[in-house]
Design a protein around this ligand. Structure first.
Ligand code: HEC
Ligand code: HEC
Ligand code: HEC
Ligand code: HEC
Ligand code: HEC
Ligand code: HEC
Ligand code: HEC
Length: 669
């Protein structure tokens, strides 16, 4: 199973934003970064991505590796800042006076219920009195109290007695609940996910997707644009650590303008009477777009790639209908439809499956998502057979020249009483309620239960880009994206040669200067924060602290409050036992993010090293308030209390430790 959990948020998709800050630092484990982690494909065999290194071996593309003195200019020319995205949003309410029927209809669509503040979310959940009991010692309870929604985590000792009961108030529901819901709190500019979610099909609560019973991020998994740009209509602008303004949500659900573009000018033209024949109305009707950008309106959210890298200077919310995916993202996809035999489905989207269908491949752009789906309306269950049959028969009807079903209608009705085209040609896939995987076979197979066509293994062609966008993108952009993507693969970060290969893709200058320390190695990427941070981490992996530092500092020049840069410097300060620097960095980080238990825990440890025991006790207490399950910090605190001659307090913590022993292991990646 692909493990994307360490991917930072500038890989789009539902990758939890697990900045290295927390876990890695807490357990002092630089080793954790370099640890050799093999990815398995779920069958137990090791997927070592045999051709994965290919782009490095051949220098990233067809061109030969440049030699010093023979650098081609195009390689060196830095990427340019893109044009800022267009503005002029008015919100969906502004469309109602003139498009009432569409607005009415669309309000029943799950996309209109994709995100809501908790008090406005349709009440679909149950609130059982029995706690939610996943395997392991943690229990969860959900409570409505004084108009608030509160999730509790309760830790049980070996005798089943509660050790603590921690409350986590949630403010937002993510997901209509058709399949399920996740929950988030917004505090200090940051969205954090609850450990539990509602699973509609099973009708019960359980751990959030990706949370493992034996150790998970509890209430500190950060969510940002990596969730919200697909689920919420519009957010306030966030910084590169995805911290938002105090009023983070501008429009909660996916609104009209996500598919039609900013509406201000259209509304003005149509209200003022200024519109007459000949005036260009900038509102986008996807129907009038070329097939590729038309599909990209849906793809902006429905394309589930293997990892998508934002282009230089881009943010997720920059996409505007009419653009291509590659205007904003470099979207890596494995080839094929990704439906693996034996009934397993890899993380796949309807987009990739549909593109593998005969209907799509043979209809020269006429076939797309809205060939079957009404973008404004999901038919209720009793209408769906007729709705989709209608849609199929637009191309497979009885008229002349159309190719209908080759199975006689009587045979069809013998097996499907209401002659449901989709029952036979778009059967459900065995993914149940796994979010973010197609549940209906969008390959529209001829014979439903036939073996799926052979899918090439993942990464067969190293990092192909969605829809052949390689050829339309500047070469530097492709190299940059490949370099960033590579450094997210454990297989790469554990091999110094591969790390160097990725570095050369990110910073072409490195190809020339080899191992000499040369100030100019950042030429051309000085303003590219994601690249600076990735390079910094790669230098840390290679044990090159001075260059790592130079990269972090360059990033901080552009974004002085970059948590990732500060956290990276912290790692170096700790590695070199520089407690003074570590202490200063921790204070800086805690001013930005006072809710991270591991930062408080780190601070306690550093204060201990500095001999400041009373302050160390206070920091450790704060850490344990935020994460009472953490044994290492509690152990430390017990000893710290002895030092300040409060052994009775120390003993309290020892008692808790004793009860935690054997029931909780430190969070492991
Ligand atoms: C003052 C009335 C008015 C308002 C407000 C309004 N529209 Fe329109 N809209 C029209 C008229 C008139 C047309 C052209 C006739 C038609 O297609 O219905 C139109 C056409 C459209 C079209 C089709 C354009 C085409 O090229 O086919 C779209 C899409 C659209 N509107 C979206 C929106 C959205 C989204 C909003 C809210 C942001 C909105 N409209 C607000 C009056 C309005
Ligand atoms: C802004 C992101 C976004 C865009 C753009 C978008 N979708 Fe969606 N779509 C979603 C999300 C998120 C959901 C899941 C909503 C939920 O159930 O919470 C969804 C759900 C759906 C569903 C499933 C409804 C159901 O029954 O559960 C269909 C069908 C769909 N979208 C079709 C489309 C089509 C067709 C387009 C393009 C015209 C499109 N979407 C564009 C984000 C988007
Ligand atoms: C690239 C766009 C995208 C991103 C990013 C994304 N989602 Fe989704 N999400 C979707 C779409 C589309 C659906 C519905 C269709 C499906 O499940 O394939 C969906 C479905 C869901 C559902 C089930 C909703 C329902 O009832 O059908 C939940 C819950 C959910 N997402 C939570 C999250 C969370 C939490 C994150 C961030 C960690 C996230 N999503 C990130 C696009 C996205
Ligand atoms: C998920 C994407 C999506 C959302 C959200 C969406 N639309 Fe559309 N809309 C489309 C597509 C796609 C078409 C073209 C449909 C076609 O090809 O037949 C369309 C067509 C239209 C048209 C042209 C007339 C027609 O019926 O074809 C109008 C007007 C319109 N939409 C208004 C709205 C309004 C108002 C909202 C918000 C309430 C809205 N749309 C929300 C995707 C969307
Ligand atoms: C926009 C037109 C269009 C729509 C809508 C459409 N198809 Fe197709 N479909 C095609 C074309 C074109 C082909 C290729 C026919 C050929 O090979 O001559 C095709 C082929 C097929 C095949 C044969 C697949 C194979 O592997 O041989 C099946 C089955 C099929 N369609 C089912 C459906 C069903 C079911 C629907 C509705 C859910 C549907 N199609 C909707 C255009 C469409
Ligand atoms: C050939 C017809 C057809 C086309 C084309 C099509 N869909 Fe679907 N889609 C369906 C059917 C049928 C369902 C199942 C509906 C149901 O169960 O009520 C479905 C379900 C979905 C769902 C709900 C989750 C699931 O997999 O069941 C989403 C999301 C979705 N489609 C998105 C898309 C997107 C995005 C596109 C374009 C890339 C697309 N669809 C193209 C027919 C189609
Ligand atoms: C009972 C299951 C069943 C139903 C219902 C059904 N089909 Fe089929 N369809 C089949 C099978 C099986 C084949 C392949 C027959 C063969 O290989 O000769 C097929 C073949 C096709 C083909 C390929 C035709 C060709 O000449 O290659 C198309 C297109 C198609 N169906 C469309 C539809 C449409 C549209 C509907 C709804 C009106 C529909 N089917 C309903 C089972 C079904």
């Amino acid at each position: 199973v692909n493990d994307h959990s360490m991917l930072p948020s500038d890989v789009r998709g539902r990758r939890p934003m697990r900045i290295a800050i927390g876990i890695l630092i807490a357990f002092g484990a630089v080793a954790a970064i370099v640890a050799f982690r093999l990815r398995t494909d779920g069958t137990g065999s090791v997927d070592d991505g045999p051709t994965f290194g290919a782009p490095i071996a051949d220098g990233g593309a067809a061109a030969p590796e440049p030699r010093a003195g023979a650098i081609s200019v195009s390689l060196e020319r830095p990427l340019e800042e893109p044009e800022p995205p267009t503005g002029g949003f008015v919100g969906s309410d502004a469309c109602a006076p003139c498009h009432a029927p569409i607005v009415e209809k669309y309000r029943t669509h799950p996309m209109w219920r994709s995100f809501a503040s908790i008090d406005r979310a349709a009440p679909i959940e149950e609130y059982p009195s029995d706690p939610v009991a996943p395997p392991g010692p943690r229990r969860y309870r959900v409570e409505k109290r004084d108009g608030k929604t509160i999730h509790h985590e309760i830790m049980l000792d070996r005798d089943g007695k509660p050790i603590y009961d921690q409350e986590f108030e949630v403010h937002y529901a993510i997901g209509s609940g058709t399949r399920g819901r996740s929950y988030a709190r917004f505090d200090h500019g940051v969205f954090a996910q609850s450990s539990i979610g509602w699973y509609a099909r099973k009708g019960r609560w359980d751990l959030s997707p990706g949370y493992r019973p034996d150790g998970h991020a509890r209430f500190s998994r950060r969510l940002g644009d990596n969730c919200l740009y697909c689920h919420a209509g519009r957010t306030s602008l966030s910084d590169s650590d995805e911290r938002y303004a105090s009023d983070p949500i501008v429009e909660e659900p996916i609104g009209c303008e996500r598919c039609h573009g900013p509406g201000q000018e259209h509304v003005t033209l149509r209200t003022s009477g200024a519109w007459r024949a000949g005036v260009v109305d900038p509102i986008v009707n996807p129907k009038r777009l070329e097939p590729a950008p038309r599909e990209d309106v849906c793809n902006q959210c429905h394309l589930e790639g293997d990892g998508t890298i934002l282009r230089f200077g881009r943010r997720h919310p920059d996409f505007r209908p009419g653009q291509r995916i590659e205007d904003i993202w470099v979207a890596f996809v494995s080839q094929g439809d990704n439906v693996v035999s034996e009934g397993r489905t890899r993380a796949v989207s309807q987009v990739q499956q549909m593109r593998a269908s005969r209907c799509y491949q043979a209809s020269e752009g006429r076939f797309g998502c809205v060939s079957c789906h009404d973008p404004h309306f999901e038919p209720p269950p009793d209408q769906r057979t007729a709705h989709f049959r209608d849609r199929c028969q637009a191309c497979h009807g009885p008229s002349e020249g159309q190719r209908g079903c080759s199975l006689a209608e009587s045979d069809r009705r013998a097996r499907s009483a209401d002659d449901s085209c989709i029952e036979c040609h778009m059967p459900p896939l065995p993914t149940h309620d796994v979010p973010h995987t197609a549940q209906t076979d969008h390959r529209v197979p001829r014979v439903a239960d036939a073996e799926p066509p052979d899918s090439p293994p993942a990464h067969q062609d190293a990092f192909p880009i969605f829809d052949g966008a390689e050829s339309r993108l500047p070469r530097r952009e492709v190299e940059r994206a490949r370099g960033l993507a590579m450094l997210r693969q454990p297989i790469v970060t554990s091999d110094p040669d591969l790390v160097r290969g990725a570095q050369r893709l990110l910073a072409p200058r490195l190809r020339m200067i080899e191992n000499r320390f040369d100030e100019s190695f950042l030429y051309g990427v000085e303003r590219d924060v994601p690249v600076l941070l990735a390079l910094a981490r790669s230098f840390q992996l290679l044990g090159d602290a001075p260059r790592a530092e130079a990269c972090f500092d360059a990033a901080l020049t552009i974004e002085p409050a970059s948590e990732r840069a500060l956290a990276g410097k912290l790692l170096d300060a700790q590695a070199s036992q520089d407690t003074g620097a570590a202490h200063a960095l921790l204070n800086q980080l805690l001013r930005i993010n006072p809710l991270d238990p591991t930062l408080h825990g780190q601070k306690a440890l550093v204060l201990g090293q500095m001999g400041q025991w009373p302050a160390a006790c206070a920091a450790a207490e704060q850490s344990l308030r935020l994460d009472p399950s953490e044994p290492i910090i509690r152990q430390f605190l017990a000893e710290a209390y002895d030092r300040v001659r409060r052994p009775e307090l120390g003993n309290d913590h020892r008692e808790i430790l004793d009860r935690l022993k054997g029931v909780v292991t430190p969070l492991q990646e």
